[in-house]
Write a protein that binds this ligand. Structure first.
Ligand SMILES: [Zn+2]
Length: 291
């Protein structure tokens, strides 16, 4: 699906899994994340000192490619933001580049005009699927429906060129139950959902896919985040695709690099006026190989 030498049209899938601790991954059964890492990399990201280790600001940084000083999202209420100036990649690609984009998930501020949102303002296609209540069980049902919807759209006639899929049950489980057995099982369930998304894009073999999997922050053992502990501020990015050479050295990665890499993967040169703060993964200290 991601041969360096494929000449097919470029496509990007970003899968955001909320609140997945990096330190626990080695002991969990996550074959699909492992496959992305083996075909590319899985590397830590440290949430920087000016960014609260909260979902709102971290997802805003991931989706826009600029830090909090520019996008202005400082908490889980997104009010006061400057997302009109620094839009998410699905919105910019649709508006400026006429690309077909898609975003789906169940956390209101990312997708709805609630709590100061939406972060994903105007992708070509948007799906919001509400959890029926604020519990780990309801969020698992939500993520299941989100995955089904994403598979439906990725394999349907829309043929989106850049997509963002949000899975929230892992984070919800940590908040309710801490980072114990239920949390670990929820990460493995999220990985199974990632597998279904990978299968969906593998069903479009004539295209040259970049897949990015990213989490926003970690959790303390008892569940919770927002502070500066290493467990909370350690996030990660995994990616595979054209130009990403397995085992090649990476410089230190930042959340801002995700959107920068989305543009690069689609062979779009960012306008300097966008003032992106991130760099494509392939420019972080390793030679760029463009097939
Ligand atoms: Zn979060």
């Amino acid at each position: 699906m991601s041969s360096l030498w494929s000449a097919g049209p470029r496509r990007v899938l970003v899968v955001g899994i909320d609140g997945v601790r990096l330190d626990l991954l080695p002991e969990l059964h996550t074959p699909h994340l492992d496959s992305v890492a083996a075909a590319g990399f899985l590397a830590p990201v440290e949430v920087d000192d000016v960014t609260p280790t909260m979902s709102g600001p971290c997802w805003a940084t991931i989706a826009t490619g600029v830090g909090v000083a520019k996008h202005g999202v400082l908490g889980n209420h997104l009010g006061g933001n400057r997302l009109d100036v620094f839009p998410d990649f699905t919105t910019r690609l649709a508006a400026v580049h006429r690309r077909r984009t898609f975003a789906v998930g169940g956390w209101e501020p990312l997708f709805l005009a609630r709590s100061g949102g939406p972060l994903f303002a105007a992708p070509s296609r948007l799906s919001y699927i509400a959890p029926l209540e604020d519990t780990p069980e309801a969020w698992e049902v939500c993520d299941e429906r989100v995955t089904a919807e994403a598979v439906h759209v990725l394999t349907g006639e829309d043929q989106p060129q850049a997509s963002f899929v949000y899975l929230g049950a892992v984070d919800e489980t940590a908040h309710f139950l801490g980072c114990g057995e239920e949390y670990r099982r929820s990460i493995e369930t999220a990985d199974a959902r990632l597998g279904r998304l990978l299968t969906a894009v593998e069903g479009r073999p004539d295209e040259d896919w970049t897949v990015i999997v990213v989490t926003d922050h970690g959790h303390v053992d008892q569940g919770g985040h927002g502070g500066r502990s290493e467990l909370e501020r350690t996030a990660w990015i995994a990616a595979q695709g054209p130009g990403i050479i397995p085992g090649a050295p990476l410089g230190s990665l930042h959340h801002t690099d995700v959107a920068a890499h989305v543009y690069a993967a689609l062979e779009i040169v960012p306008d300097p006026h966008w003032t992106l703060d991130g760099r494509p993964f392939t420019q972080a200290g390793t030679p760029v190989v463009v097939s």
